[in-house]
Ligand binder design. Structure first.
Ligand SMILES: [Zn+2]
Length: 205
């Protein structure tokens, strides 16, 4: 999946009916509600970019669909891949090929920044942890030694040194940190698909 992923922003504005938000990838020439030329009329709410949930931050959990990109391929939270970034935002992730460093497939991902009290040691700990034999390709198991085990394993490994404040069990990490971000991302994906299918999408109220 090396095709470039779309980063087109979604614009939002209101023209003639308060509360009826108009979303589009490009501001249309005419208002989809009243048909008036937008260039020559007042807007209730001037266009702004809808904040994108996608970013790649340092010292973060990073999440993307296992195959493809969020905007094109995301279906539900059951098919996700997770990794962890170093201080430069370089992703370390574990799959059947072993640990990957800085793979280009993380162009469009959701970040969950982690609070840590000793960021200085983060990169060295992540490097050491990634080199451990536990994460050789032959040890990979889709059900119980996978990308999430790698991430939680790192958080546990580095608990004493980098002092990260995150749950250290898989279930809690998913429920508290990952799923809320996925809900947010899914809303954006739905909106993006609506606006790319039509010239503009108008909210009900
Ligand atoms: Zn209008």
């Amino acid at each position: 999946m090396n095709a470039p992923v779309s980063t087109e922003p979604i614009f939002c504005f209101e023209h003639c009916q308060k509360g009826r938000k108009i979303y589009a990838l490009q501001i249309p020439g005419e208002c989809p509600l009243c048909g008036v030329l937008l260039a020559s009329s007042e807007l209730i709410l001037p266009p702004f970019r809808v904040p994108s949930p996608f970013s790649r931050s340092p010292h973060s959990l990073v999440i993307r669909p296992t195959i493809g990109s969020f905007l094109r391929d995301y279906k539900n939270a059951r098919d996700l891949h997770i990794g962890i970034t170093n201080s430069k935002g370089l992703v370390h992730d574990y799959n059947e090929k072993g640990v990957n460093f800085g793979s280009s497939s993380w162009e469009q991902c959701v970040s969950v920044p982690l609070q840590c009290r000793n960021a200085r040691r983060w990169d060295a700990e992540l490097r050491n942890f990634s080199a451990h034999g536990d994460w050789f390709p032959q040890n990979y198991s889709e059900s119980d030694h996978n990308c999430l085990d790698f991430v939680v394993g790192f958080l546990r490994h580095a608990e004493a040194t980098v002092r990260v404040s995150a749950p250290l069990c898989k279930e809690q990490l998913c429920a508290e940190l990952i799923l809320p971000r996925m809900t947010q991302a899914a809303k954006y994906v739905t909106l993006y698909r609506r606006v790319s299918a039509e010239t503009a999408y108008v909210s009900a109220s």
